[in-house]
Design a protein around this ligand. Structure first.
Ligand code: AMP
Length: 395
């Protein structure tokens, strides 16, 4: 999309590494607050092309990053797989927010878990495996059942394997062909939650309400916002909200963080564990576009530019359903009130996140009724979820 010269404000030009759906939604959010986003992505048809100028190039190509960053007020990223070296190598780089330190830690499971441990934030027991010689010590520390994960580049369930025996572990380690790994205890959680925190350049900080996430095969399928407690009460989440905000606050302070930070959490019977952190806008925050006073995307841009933050408060209740490899017929959804279909403009491929649907309503009961209607109208986006769309478990 070309920049409109009539409204372009050069002091509000944001360079974004990555042009996927997160970039696209950042760009759309920018349009509302006169922020122009410019993207770098290897694909000439990346989703963000609909939301701003797209430079085509590899994210680890120093020259391409320099071209993107030239004249931008701030450089940000929509994917933590980007190479920090390509950013720091720039001579006239605009400020990078969130910082390169935050990026380096969050993209490396080993460093990320060490940070959590150093900050006394509860997390699953883990051990680093750098070569086959580390297997035995890792096993002694973590035990079975466990989850083996690549330290770099894993997402949507990729780069991980569940293991139940030494044989399975040895095979899985070999399968990752020398990549540095972490072995984690398999957590028997009650459900998965996440928290989105935003800290501005000015230090102003806001937190979105905790949300409940349902995953299948490691991929997020459904987010309910705000999360209710297991008895269906919002008030009952206050303690969990405070605990999660405390975790986020420690990380934000430690990293002097600027931008959106997401915490993925496992809720157990008596503990909230952090699974991982994402230094960026997050899939479990898509509901905020229609379901919160100010979306995570707008707040990320506000934060990195030092604008006052918008309210993270939820407007009633929302549910977000990811469309994996298939889009529903938009006309079929017309009969559902307050239902919003987002099409990322991607080619349809199995298990690829190609869009999402958000339903909003004044209360949780109505949202759940609407979700059942959606399931009848568009069963294709619920494939693989079984009869219930409630709660996953670690087993
Ligand atoms: P991750 O790539 O770490 O975000 O993991 C993707 C998903 O796999 C999580 O959202 C969980 O559903 C599942 N998972 C990851 N780690 C564990 C674990 N240690 N115990 C149980 N389930 C896990």
């Amino acid at each position: 999309m070309a920049t409109d010269p009539a409204t372009f404000d050069p002091s509000r030009l944001v360079a974004v590494l990555g042009g996927g759906q997160l970039g696209r939604m950042l760009g759309f959010a920018g349009n509302r607050i006169n922020v122009t986003c410019k993207f770098l992505d290897p694909s000439p048809v990346a989703p963000a092309i609909a939301a701003g100028e797209l430079l085509v190039g590899e994210l680890n190509d120093f020259a391409a990053v320099a071209r993107l960053a030239k004249e931008a007020t701030v450089l940000t990223y929509e994917w933590e797989g980007v190479d920090p070296g390509a950013i720091v190598a720039q001579e006239n780089t605009p400020p990078v927010r969130p910082s390169v330190r935050a990026l380096k830690i969050a993209r490396d499971r080993g460093q990320e878990k060490q940070l959590l441990r150093d900050l006394d934030i509860p997390l699953a027991n883990f051990a680093v495996i750098e070569n086959e010689g580390d297997i035995e010590a890792a096993l002694n520390r973590v035990g079975f059942p466990a989850v083996l994960k690549t330290q770099f580049g894993g997402y949507d369930g990729k780069g991980q394997a569940r293991v139940n025996s030494l044989d399975e572990l040895s095979v899985a380690v070999k399968g990752f062909a020398g990549a540095p790994l972490t072995l984690e205890e398999l957590v028997l959680f009650t459900r998965e939650l996440s928290l989105i925190a935003v800290r501005s350049l000015t230090g102003e900080t806001v937190y979105y309400p905790l949300v409940e996430n349902l995953h299948a095969d490691g991929i997020l399928r459904i987010t309910r916002a705000p999360a209710l407690d297991l008895m269906g009460s919002l008030e009952g989440m206050q303690d969990q909200q405070k605990i999660a905000e405390g975790y986020a606050r420690s990380i934000l302070d430690e990293l002097n963080y600027v931008g959106v930070l997401t915490l993925e959490l496992f809720e157990g019977n008596d503990q909230l564990l952090v699974n991982e952190i994402a230094p960026r806008v997050h899939n479990s925050g898509h509901w905020t576009i229609e379901g919160a006073q100010c979306s995570q995307f707008e707040n990320h841009l506000r934060a990195i530019l030092g604008d006052p933050l918008g309210s993270p408060e939820a407007i009633g209740a929302s549910v977000m359903v990811n469309c994996l490899g298939v889009m529903p017929n938009p006309e079929a959804l017309n009969s559902l009130p307050d239902t919003y279909l987002h099409d990322y403009g991607k080619d349809l491929r199995p298990n690829r996140k190609v869009g999402h649907v958000t339903i909003t309503a004044t209360d949780n009961r109505v949202v759940e009724e609407q979700l059942l209607e959606l399931r009848k109208i568009a069963p294709e986006i619920f494939l693989g979820l079984g009869a219930s769309t409630h709660r996953s478990s670690g087993v």
